[in-house]
Design a protein around this ligand. Structure first.
Ligand code: G1P
Ligand code: ZN
Length: 543
């Protein structure tokens, strides 16, 4: 075996975003493309000689090939050990858990999250640092700069490693340890949640279904829900990870988890339905004929956290992304703890968690998590709900309604216009920006506009400033309209329109959200020229 230095050249657009580098598989399959990026990562993260790297992915097409390449490159670059998930599998939260537990230098997670997989679909790669969280912007910027000047990469000539059996082997002086992808993660869940109480709930007629969407959480869900917690066999549906996710879109929302949603809105619906995305960091929670918005979910978990062993000592604070509804703010206020409003994207929570300022955090985009890892965590959220329901012994719907009675209801919805022409999307944002100039003080949808801005955030820990995080129209009664362009899509632009209003009166909390928000929705469409400028009359996804 020998280390080879291969000449390469910079590729355009290898700029890792908030969720790493995401491109079509064909882009990653270009000669030297993956190697170029991986070497740029290795050249930008400091001295890792002899250290441990964690490696795994969501099992999508190209995962296995990429793992073999990265193993050879890690060996050639001087890592001491790589912990790789069996079959190349590690969910994003499990990777974060493994990095932290084993004191790894960092990890490479292969995933394009909720984007479809397969030869003509997406692949992605992201670097997480030793705290288990996504690399901070300074690191991703350094990686990007390196991709633009790189001229060679190092790789070992060696046959493929068998990643389908646990055990250790050597690769040019580096240890490759194939680990059970579930074990460390399941052990952490046992520390946080009351497994006995959940077992008791599931063993006494409570009906539960989990949709793994043929993505990475299948093996985790079967082990934890069925084997360890005694949920009935088969309660995990679409459990087998497939390279193309069975042709589906592995995003747990009302549109893409259609089968689960139909089952949960049936008259014989189970008591709890849940789903997770491609790489296992998102979650969707449904009760029988009842959808829990992720924003409400965060607020409800926060309000009930002390009933769960891992949070019995209380929460230090809560953080939510700006477009997430303000439901959590009311809980934080009642608990007398701070609530932070951050830009979209999980990385902003990391600093707050590392500094011990927040325990729980969440985003409206089906992401919820806590300081047990440094990523959002789909299965953790489902276990949290199971644990709370095991203690409260009531239906999901009555738990949520009781929460609304106490704290008020934040009607909330997000309308996504996907695959829009980029120029049209920019025109929509420009139109909103223009309207923002004269809106304050005037009335829109029968409400007075208090202020308008483009959300900016100063990180309270490191002082860094993030601007242009979303155009907001804020009303005096607490309602909001927000526009942003997605930063995670790979084709065209996605316009996200977020709507929120607050209803303290329990007798008016039972409306359908679209109905309750109809006035705001119409006003938002009107002010932005959305339909006229994009030629679209309907959103692609309504949540
Ligand atoms: C989307 C979500 C955001 C989440 C990100 C990564 O980003 O809106 O909350 O953090 O995916 O999962 P966006 O496409 O809106 O930029
Ligand atoms: Zn994800």
């Amino acid at each position: 075996m020998a280390i080879r230095t291969v000449s390469t050249r910079p590729f355009d657009g290898q700029r890792p975003g908030t969720s790493g580098l995401r491109k079509k598989v064909a882009v990653f399959q270009q000669e030297h493309y993956l190697e170029n990026f991986v070497q740029s990562v290795f050249d930008s993260i400091g001295d890792f000689k002899g250290e441990t790297l964690v490696l795994g992915g969501d099992g999508r097409y190209f995962n296995r090939q990429a793992i073999q390449t990265i193993l050879r490159m890690a060996a050639a670059n001087g890592f001491g050990r790589v912990l790789v998930g069996r079959h190349g599998i590690l969910s994003t939260p499990a990777a974060s858990c493994v990095i932290r537990k084993h004191g790894a230098f960092g990890g490479l997670i292969l995933s394009a999250s909720h984007n479809p997989g397969g030869p003509s679909q997406d692949f992605g790669i992201k670097y997480n640092t030793g705290n288990g969280g996504p690399a901070p912007e300074a690191v991703t910027e350094a990686i990007y700069r390196r991709t633009q000047s790189i001229d060679c990469y190092r790789i070992v000539d060696a046959p493929d490693i068998d990643i389908d059996r646990t055990g250790t082997c050597a690769l040019e002086g580096m240890a490759v340890e194939v680990i059970d992808p579930v074990a460390d993660y399941a052990a952490l869940m046992q520390e946080i949640f009351d497994f006995d109480a959940i077992r008791d709930l599931l063993g006494n007629g409570f009906r539960f279904v989990f949709d793994a969407m043929h993505a990475v959480t299948g093996p985790y869900a079967v082990e934890i829900f069925e084997r360890q917690l005694g949920a009935s066999e088969g309660c995990v549906i679409r459990a087998e990870p497939l390279e193309d996710f069975g042709g589906g879109h592995p995003d747990p929302n009302l549109t893409y988890a259609k089968e689960l949603v139909e089952r949960m809105f049936d008259e014989h619906a189970p008591d709890l339905g849940a789903a997770s995305d491609g790489d296992g960091d998102r979650n969707m929670i449904l009760g029988a004929r009842f959808f829990v918005t992720p924003s409400d979910s965060l607020a409800i978990l926060a309000a009930n956290a002390q009933r769960v062993p891992g949070y019995a000592g209380g929460l230090s604070g809560i953080a939510r992304s700006m477009p997430t509804s303000q439901a959590a703010d009311r809980v934080a206020e009642a608990l007398g703890i701070p609530c932070y409003e951050t830009p979209t994207g999980w990385k902003f929570f990391g600093n707050l968690m590392d500094a011990g300022r927040v325990t729980l955090c969440g985003e409206e985009s089906f992401g919820t998590g806590s300081d047990h890892v440094r990523e959002k965590d789909g299965l953790w959220a489902v276990l949290f709900w199971l644990n709370v329901l095991a203690v409260r012994r009531m239906s999901v719907a009555s738990l949520v309604r009781g929460h609304w009675r106490r704290f008020g209801r934040n009607y909330y919805s997000r309308h996504d216009y996907e695959g829009v022409d980029m120029t049209a999307a920019e025109a929509v944002m420009a139109r909103v920006r223009k309207a923002q100039e004269h809106l304050p003080g005037s009335k829109l949808a029968g409400r007075v506009v208090r202020a308008c801005d483009d959300f900016a955030y100063t990180d309270p820990i490191d002082g860094s400033v993030s601007r242009h995080q979303g155009l907001r129209i804020l009303f005096e009664d607490g309602s909001r309209i927000v526009f942003r362009l997605s930063g995670t899509g790979t084709s065209g632009a996605t316009i996200r329109m977020y709507l929120e209003s607050y209803e303290p009166d329990p007798s008016r909390q039972g409306l359908d959200a679209q109905q309750a928000l109809a006035g705001l929705i119409a006003a938002a469409v009107d002010v932005s020229g959305l339909h006229e400028l994009t030629g679209r009359q309907q959103p692609t996804v309504i949540t």
